[in-house]
Design a protein around this ligand. Structure first.
Ligand code: KG4
Ligand code: ZN
Length: 343
């Protein structure tokens, strides 16, 4: 089954073509980083306009690269949420038009299910059940994944997402956008144990996250550091970046491994933009190996937003005969208790 997956949930216009939910034939992403860079974050109105400009060329390029035409497709999968409403609408209505004109079944996909199933685009995949951490600019959530379409939310952020914290700290430091990659690079030269920023573990057995306190603590530190009011002792900007990153990584690693232990699974995975972070990947490997748990992370291109992961999620839904009505709408958010279309 050949599926076209489309995602326009945030600032990437993406389309991927995937065979049987596993083999990526093409994956095209048009990034809007340059457009939003001067603002230090995504400007929703600009994102929608840019998606409108790029959705047709991106889908055409995905077909061209796959060397197939619309008639070779067996279905279309499209993200309907969570995300920016104006941005989601572009992908959804383009998918609807394609499905109608070419008489193809269409399925509506939760962006987070795409991130979880992105691991199936890799050669080595975890066996069910496993625990998944989806960690990006919009989300930080832990799911117990029992099978395709069977996800139980175990914990989530009560305020900022981890990627959002990276982006905000980078903005305060004035070092660029998106914050994750620039902080990771800067941290390579810094000392992660130089400043003891807070780690919000919440209560002892909580699997929820909170990053807003850390963001505030870093902001206050930077203010004093710039004003020369703190023990400067040779503290460099790279030390701040490394110490902040260490604090985020500590919490993410501990909670993911705890969730793995609690459920007794043999495998955990991390996906979403923040899962590109090499320090996070290394620390996860280290922590999991002492617990006999295996760690799986998709390659960076499948961690950041992409259409291939949406096609992978769509394959499993189309197989079960699921089909979205053409009246389906986008959803900016999903209620906490509702774990789906994730469920
Ligand atoms: O999954 P994604 O592409 O889009 C959302 O669904 O949000 O994630 C983007 C987020 C941004 O906040 C970005 O700063 C963060 O992922 N990110 C990283 C890294 N690369 C991207 N965070 C930490 N380290 C990285 N290397
Ligand atoms: Zn995402």
């Amino acid at each position: 089954m050949i599926i076209l997956g489309i995602d326009t949930s945030c600032d990437d216009t993406s389309a991927g073509i995937v065979l049987d939910g596993r083999r990526v034939i093409s994956n095209v992403v048009h990034s809007q980083v340059e457009l939003h860079h001067p603002y230090g974050g995504v400007v929703p109105e600009l994102a929608s306009r840019e998606h409108l400009k790029n959705i047709m060329p991106v889908v055409s390029e995905a077909l061209l690269k796959a060397d197939i035409g619309m008639r070779d497709l067996d279905g279309i999968a499209v993200t309907v949420g969570p995300g920016l409403v104006g941005a989601l609408l572009v992908g959804l209505y383009y998918a609807k038009a394609l499905a109608y004109v070419h008489n193809l079944p269409m399925v509506a996909i939760n962006h987070l299910e795409g991130h979880i199933l992105s691991i199936f685009l890799e050669e080595e995949v975890p066996a069910f059940p496993f625990v998944a951490l989806t960690v990006s600019g919009g989300h930080t959530s832990l799911y117990h994944v029992k099978g395709y379409g069977q996800y139980s939310l175990m914990g989530q952020t009560l305020d900022d997402a981890a990627g959002e914290a990276f982006d905000k700290v980078a903005r305060i430091l004035g070092i660029g956008y998106p914050g994750g990659p620039v902080i990771e690079n800067l941290a390579l030269e810094g000392r992660g144990n130089k400043i003891n920023f807070p780690r919000a573990y919440m209560s002892h057995d909580s699997l929820d996250f909170s990053f807003s306190g850390l963001k505030t603590a870093v902001a206050l530190y930077i203010k004093k550091w710039r004003g020369g009011q703190t023990e400067t002792d040779g503290v460099k900007i790279s030390d701040i970046a490394a110490s902040f990153q260490e604090s985020v990584v500590d919490v993410l690693v501990q909670k993911l491994i705890d969730a793995g232990r609690k459920t007794g699974v043999l495998a955990v995975m991390a996906a979403g933009g923040v899962a590109c972070n090499k320090r996070l990947r290394a620390r996860l490997e280290e922590a999991a190996s002492s617990q006999d748990i295996r760690v799986y992370c998709p390659r960076p291109d499948y961690c950041t937003d992409n259409g291939a992961m949406i096609a992978a999620a769509g394959y499993n839904r189309l197989l079960t005969g699921e089909k979205a009505d053409l009246s389906v709408d986008v959803r900016s958010k999903y209620p906490t208790q509702e774990l789906s279309p994730i469920d």
